[in-house]
Structure formats: C-alpha cells, structure tokens
Ligand binder design. Structure first.
Ligand code: F6R
Length: 604
C-alpha cells in the first residue's frame, strides 16, 4: 500500500522530515519512492525506483531549507515500478505536484481527453491525470479551487496531496477512501497515510473522513466535507508507540490484515463490476480468450493452492468448464498432459514463488497461455504471464496469508462469473451480491469479538481435525494450514464424508474438530458427520450457516451469513483466520514471523 507524507511550516526544512516520515512508512511495502518541494515559482522533484537508500543519494541535489513538500512510497498498481512511475507526478509546466494512494478508476478516459488537448504524460500511472487536471482547472494560481473542480472528474477510491509553486505555503489533501491523518505541530503541520510518519514530532492528530478536502497551512487546517460544508475534526492525542502505529494500533500485522479485509475487498471489486456484469477487461482477460477455454489447469502453492480449490468449485458449477488444481511443486515434475484449449492459471500473492514460476514457464514452453492471479505488480509472475488479474490486496506483511487469500477468492469468483456469462449462463444476481460482501464481512468481524475465548480452549490441544464438504472442505484445508503455521498445532483437513473410512478411529473424548457447514445442498450430510464425531466425544467448533441456528449440537458456534453458498468462502475465511490467530496468541507464538517460514518462497 502506498505511503504519503506532507510537511508545511512557516520556516524549517521539509526534506529531512519527509525522508524520515517515508522511512516510518516503509513497513507498508513499496517499490519506489519520491519527494517534491514547493519553492516559489518551481517544484523540485526527486524520485527513484527501489528502496529509500537509493532516493536518499539523489536528494543531495535538492534545494535545502524549503518548508513545504510532499513524499511518497509507491507500491505499484498501474504501471511497473520504475523511476518515471514513482510519485510525486507533476503537470506539464512543473509547477504542481501530486502524491497519490489508491486507484483512479476512470484514468484512461481522462488521460485520452488530456492527451488530445496537448498534455504530455511521462508515466504509465493512473495518478498522473491528477496534476494535468489541476493544470486544466488553473491549479498553479488557485490550487484549492482546482482541486475542487478536478475532484468532480475523478472516480475511484483514493487519497492525494497536491502542492503548487505559486502558493508554496499550503498542501491540499483529499481523502476518498484511502486514509489520511493530519498532525498538528507548532508553526508547522504534517499530513500522512498514518500517524507513524509524524509521531516523533507530534501526538496531536486529526483524522480526515471520506470525502474530506483539507487545506493545510503552517498555522491552520481548514476541512470541508464531501458537500463542501465546513467540518471541524476532533483533535486526538495519540498514545501509541511507533511500532503500534505502523500496525494501525493492532498488536500484529496479521490481525491488522484480517481486520482490513472488507476495505481491501472493495478495492479488489472496484471498477470490475458494471450493470450486473463482470468487466472482462478489468480482470486482465479478453472475451476471445474466454471463448477458447475448454479446460483450466490451476498451479499454485500453499494458501494460493487452497484458493484454487475453491476456484475449481466456482468455475465448474457456474461455467461448467472443467478445472484441475495442482500443487506447483508437483505439477512441474509430473509431465502433465495438457489438452489443446487449456488455460493455465497461476495463483500467487508474491508472484515470486519458484515452483509456481517454473510451472508457468513450463506451460508456456509447451505453447499454453498463462493467466496469473497475483498481488504484487511488477513481480516475475505478473511480468512473464500472458494475462494478469491483480488482487489489489496491498502489501501483506504477516507471513500467514489472509487478505491475499480472500482477494484471490474474489478474483476467482469474478473469473467464474465472466466465464459463465460468456457461455450463456449469466448470473446477474450473484454479480450484484458480490458488491454487498464488504459490508457483510464487516458485520462478521464485529460479531466475532467473542472468538478469543473459543480459541483459548483450542489452544490447549496439540492436534485438531478440520472437516467439511465441497467448498467447505476446500476452506477446511486453508483453516488447518493457518493453525499449523502460526499456532504450531498439528492439524488435518478431511472431507467430512470420508472420516468414517478410517480416520474416525482417532476421535475420542475431547478430540477437537472444526467443522464448516455453509454448503446448503449438503448441509444435512455435514450435520450427520458432525453427529458422528460428537457421538465419539469430539469437542466441535463449527463455522455455521447462520440459518442453521441452534439446530446443530456443537460446543462452539461461529455463525456466518450465507447470501449464496458460492459467495460465502470469503466470509467463512474470517472466523477460520481469527480462530488460528487467537489460538496462536494464546500460545504465545510469534504470529507475524512463524518459525521456519518465509513470506516469499523463491527456492524450490
Ligand atoms: C500460508 C502462506 C503460504 C503461501 C505460499 C505461496 O499462509 O502464505 O502457504 O500461500 O507460500 O505463496 P505465494 O502466494 O506468494 O505464491
């Protein structure tokens, strides 16, 4: 996720603060960075691909003692991580600069219009339309009025800061979804994506709300809301330490990443649904490609493999296209037989997993196209695959994957719906319901406050079974991986109906079983399997379709709403993730950095 900082003082030097602020935001993940200073008559910009140490070297040529500037760490979404694509971006005259976080949905249409009227673009980013629009609306002379005008033209979820060389004593800040916080100093004010950037200088902060526009000058903050009405945000005193602030106040990155999922889902769905249809182009697909697909071969590892298993069920049920799912480390050595018309689908958060990359290259060598579902823009997988659908989950810092998994599920759901539509099996009802998932996810998270006690009980055990049928079985596989990797509890996922063919022998008084029942068509069968383990003394934690109410005799109930069984996996993943998280916390484990594991597995 990109990081933004700004500094505006009566006097002083913005440059060291901006660099320090960007360092504080490094934890958010980035692949390039830059700084712009507003001198009277001229904007000075320095930006570089790579880490801040690279940027730091080029800062020596920047003017010193300038008290107004903005800085940015970029995590690529539109355009590769390069010097040119790094922020801040400027207008044609180099008198306006903008740093931006989020996505401008209609950037292509705006760019076409601006280029047609003579504006020269220097990057591939969506961001660059903003300084050019500000130029059109007279931003060099009246930055505030220009921002108000430009804002009316922008669609998407974003936040940005703008400065002008003609008015080098203000920063204009806009928040539409992506967070922004103002820090209040003495004769100087700060603004940033989160408080960690300025906490070493002030603990007094004002949080901007969605739709706010703030004019930040050294002695004053003027905020107006989405309707242009004056707003007086409350001033808060932040008592977090800096590490806590980086995690948004949460104890671990994993918990932060679990809790931010509803927002992340909105980013993932953004611009991809229009009039009850999936926008195929926004998924990195083409109608021609969809038409030619006779079979899909998924390759992935770990959690991404589990997402592929859910994807198989969705694609086969909705589009009736057969799907095989392979663990990448197996696929590459299996001498797989791929029929003509097979699309290989590689799923990966990092885009750097060695086995997944090798599987992709092997398929391409045999002439098969590869569609990757990937989170990291500019990664090898994203660069080398033939088609790319981004998950837009933002950087995932905890080793255990959470938000990357659920956004992979969302992308797979949209691919399944696009394929279904292409085959005359459109499901506009499901496409529409997808948009309600972020709100439903928020409610599920609110209702799970009591999960800590249930996890404390599970933490006493050293073995646990996860059971389910159909999609619930695929979810069970992800649930058992989560608890293994962060709580170090041995866990096994079983197809619920398969237990009685041997494994039931291991169920005895007190054996913990996590059961998932959201698949309505087989709910009665799953309930029978729960009764079988209960009859042998198992203690059961159940993630249950909330319509089943108290009918299922289990020990601990975690209800989830089921808008449609095909849409429920992202919602059911939330209790699975939180159960593993709190179990690990109760056992005192290092949740974010579990032993023996790495975030990106670049070796075989
Ligand atoms: C588990 C986890 C791993 C990854 C796997 C693949 O929580 O994170 O199982 O899913 O190493 O990584 P990516 O998705 O980067 O290819």
């Amino acid at each position: 996720m990109c990081g933004i900082v700004g500094f505006v003082g009566y006097e002083g030097d913005a440059l060291p603060f901006l660099l320090e602020g960007l360092k504080r935001l490094e934890y958010r993940g980035y692949d390039s960075a830059g700084i712009a200073l507003a001198q009277p008559g001229r904007i000075a910009v320095s930006k570089a691909q790579g880490k801040l140490a690279v940027l730091e070297q080029s800062l020596q040529s920047m003017p010193q003692g300038i008290p107004c500037g903005i800085g940015h760490t970029r995590w690529a979404t539109h355009g590769r991580p390069t010097d040119e694509n790094a922020h801040p971006h400027t207008d044609c005259q180099g008198v306006i600069a903008v740093a931006h976080n989020g996505i401008i949905e209609n950037f292509q249409e705006l760019r076409d219009e601006l280029e047609a009227s003579g504006h020269q673009f220097r990057s591939e980013t969506d961001t660059e339309v903003i300084p050019h629009l500000l130029e059109v609306y007279g931003g060099a002379d009246d930055l505030v009025a220009a921002v108000r005008q430009a804002e009316k033209r922008l669609k998407g979820a974003y936040a940005f800061l703008a400065i002008s060389a003609q008015k080098p004593d203000i920063i204009v800040a806009v928040r539409r979804s992506s967070p922004l916080v103002v820090g209040l100093g003495e004769g100087v004010n700060y603004v940033a994506s989160d408080v960690s950037a300025f906490l070493a200088h002030t603990r007094q902060a004002q949080v901007l709300e969605n739709g706010d526009l703030a004019v930040i000058s050294p002695g004053r903050i003027q905020v107006t809301d989405a309707h242009g009405h004056k707003r007086n945000p409350k001033t808060l005193t932040v008592d977090w330490d800096i590490r806590q602030a980086e995690r948004g106040g949460y104890e671990h990155f994993m918990l932060k990443e679990i809790m931010e999922q509803p927002d992340v889902w909105s980013d993932c769905l953004l611009s991809r649904i229009h009039e009850d249809k999936v926008v195929v182009g926004e998924m990195g697909l083409t109608a021609k490609l969809l038409e030619g697909i006779h079979r899909i071969q998924v390759v992935a590892a770990g959690t991404a493999y589990h997402a592929g298993l859910v994807g198989k069920a969705l694609i086969e049920r909705l589009a009736r296209v057969p799907v095989d799912v392979s663990v990448a480390s197996e696929f590459r050595y299996q001498e797989p037989v791929l029929d003509p018309g097979t699309l290989v689908m590689a799923i990966s958060q990092s885009g750097e997993t060695a086995d997944t990359l090798a599987s992709m290259h092997m398929a391409q060598d045999e002439g098969f196209p590869v569609y990757s579902i990937v989170n990291t823009v500019g990664s090898t997988l994203a660069r080398d695959s033939n088609y790319v659908g981004y998950t837009h989950a933002g950087p995932e810092i905890a080793v255990a994957s959470t938000k990357a998994y659920t956004t992979q599920l969302l992308v797979l759901t949209m691919v399944a719906l696009a394929l279904a539509e292409n085959r005359g099996r459109a499901r506009p009802d499901l496409v529409r319901s997808l948009l309600a998932l972020p709100k439903a996810g928020q409610k599920v998270l609110e209702d799970l406050e009591h999960i800590q006690e249930m996890a404390a009980r599970l933490a006493e055990h050293s073995d646990v079974f996860y059971i389910g049928r159909g999609i619930d079985y695929a979810l069970a596989m992800e649930g058992q991986l989560k608890i293994k990797e962060i709580a170090y509890i041995h866990a096994e996922a079983y197809a619920a109906g398969e237990m009685k063919h041997g494994t039931l022998a291991l169920i005895e008084e007190g054996t913990p079983v996590v059961a998932i029942v959201t698949e309505r068509a087989v709910a009665e069968k799953s309930i029978s399997n729960i009764l079988e383990v209960k009859a042998r003394g198992a203690e059961v934690w159940a993630i249950l379709d909330n319509k089943l109410g108290r009918r299922v005799p289990v020990d601990h109930v975690l209800p989830v709403p089921v808008p449609d069984p095909l849409l429920v996996p992202v919602l059911a993943a939330l209790p699975l993730q939180l159960l593993a998280y709190w179990t690990a916390v109760t056992r005192g484990q290092d949740v974010d950095q579990p032993r023996n594991l790495a975030k990106s597995v670049t070796v075989e």
